[in-house]
Design a protein around this ligand. Structure first.
Ligand SMILES: Cc1ncc(COP(=O)(O)O)c(C=O)c1O
Length: 398
């Protein structure tokens, strides 16, 4: 009998794991399934980047191991992007690291920073890689519940002092998945100050920084003076360029933090495929032009989605960024049961709030992955699903 480690047993099943199987069964049965589950937009990657990838594939040098150094040009393009986008200069060779998607960098980080008995503070609901990295590395996770009343902000001064004394790492993610919350600069400033005072590393997950709406521009954590002492910021090409499956991102921080992450990764992987790095450099060098159509499409979807939700009887705040609608459910409606019902009976994939941890209960997440027309249809179905679900629940209770 195989014995599964205590660490692995402590992790719940990954929330997206069972959906593809159910979806396939429904499609085979002839159901018109609309998938608003994973944050995986249906827009294609930019043609220029695909062309660059084809060219890169033809060069045999790109078929070699990339190691952690990777393509110097990718590092330089990432540094140029940061300089243009935020006005911050980083040394591409020592303060930046190519990642096989930002997920692995986020999850690997605690292996290099946290010893057993020490604490990683992470938000809930939140991206599951934080919990995975904390638990698998042997750290003690402290799960901080994000609540609407506080703008879904993780406030370190509300963590018990005895826990903070043992905390080595905190994850923050704004624009946020799944709540779509954004972080005011004064909040980031007080959090950086607290981390500096306590010697806590701040992992700032900025995967959605370019997917912003109306007049909002998302900051970098390095906009905060002193952040370079403690912060490591994670960027992803997945969402901004519709390149989720390519697996490419990067981390940026002071040289010792980057060296630590690079050392961990050198034992676990050999860097992103060089051809993808070469194409990724093309994407980053033209980011402003290439991201705009994807961003604008998401904004149209956001507007259509918010309007359709209001018509269908849901109430949701209009998000300023990311690609999600975080929708409250009526009191007493369990999110996992409702989203399962909506999928099985109405063919709409959404994610239950509880899939992002118990503190996500009471909500479900819609990803803006399909065009405005399909999204509106899906939300109409969700409205019908909720009416049926609550009627059945009331009848069952009677
Ligand atoms: C908050 C957040 N961070 C990071 C990622 C990972 O992105 P990547 O594809 O770069 O691994 C995601 C993907 O959904 C995310 O939602």
């Amino acid at each position: 009998m195989i014995r599964i480690s205590e660490r692995l047993r402590r992790l719940p099943g990954y929330p997206l794991a069972e959906i593809p199987g159910i979806k396939r069964r429904l499609i085979e049965a002839g159901v018109d399934v609309i998938d608003l589950g994973a944050g995986d937009n249906d827009t294609p990657p930019p043609g220029e980047v695909v062309a660059a990838m084809n060219e890169a594939l033809a060069d045999p040098a790109n078929s070699k191991y990339g190691f952690q150094l990777g393509h110097a040009e990718y590092r330089r393009a990432a540094a140029r992007y940061l300089a243009r986008r935020f006005g911050h200069e980083f040394d591409p060779m020592t303060e930046l690291l190519p990642l096989i998607g930002s997920k692995e960098g986020l999850a690997h980080l605690p292996f290099g920073l946290v010893d057993p008995g020490e604490v990683v503070v992470l938000p809930e609901p939140g991206y599951q890689a934080y919990l995975g990295g904390a638990v698998l590395s042997g750290a003690e996770p402290f799960v901080y519940p994000l609540v609407a009343d506080n703008g879904f902000l993780l406030e370190l001064d509300r963590v018990p002092p005895a826990v903070l004394d043992r905390t080595r790492l905190v994850y923050l993610n704004y624009p946020n998945n799944p709540t779509a919350a954004i972080a005011p600069l004064d909040y980031l400033t007080r959090t950086v100050n607290e981390c500096r005072a306590r010697g806590i590393v701040l992992a700032y997950d900025n995967a959605y920084c370019d997917l912003t709406f109306d007049d909002y521009r998302a900051p970098s954590i390095f906009d905060v003076p002193g952040a370079r002492d403690v912060a490591v910021e994670f960027f992803s090409l997945s969402k901004s360029f519709s390149m989720t499956g390519w697996r490419i991102g990067f981390a940026v921080a002071n040289a010792p933090l980057i060296a630590a992450l690079s050392k961990i990764k050198s034992y676990l992987d050999t860097g992103p495929f060089l051809a993808i790095q070469q194409a990724g450099a093309v994407a980053l060098d033209q980011a402003e032009r290439l991201v705009e159509p994807i961003r604008a499409e998401l904004e149209r979807r956001r507007d259509a989605g918010v309007a359709a939700l209001a018509r269908a009887g849901f109430s949701v705040t209009t998000p300023k960024a990311a690609m999600y609608l975080w929708v409250p459910l009526p009191e007493g409606v369990a999110s996992a049961k409702f989203t399962r019902f909506a999928l099985e009976e109405h063919g709409v994939v959404t994610l239950p709030g509880s899939g992002f941890g118990p503190a996500g209960e009471g909500y479900f997440r819609i990803a803006l992955t399909v065009g405005a027309g399909r999204l509106t249809e899906a939300i109409e179905r969700l409205g019908t699903a909720l009416a049926e679900f609550t009627t059945r629940a009331t009848a069952g209770a009677a």
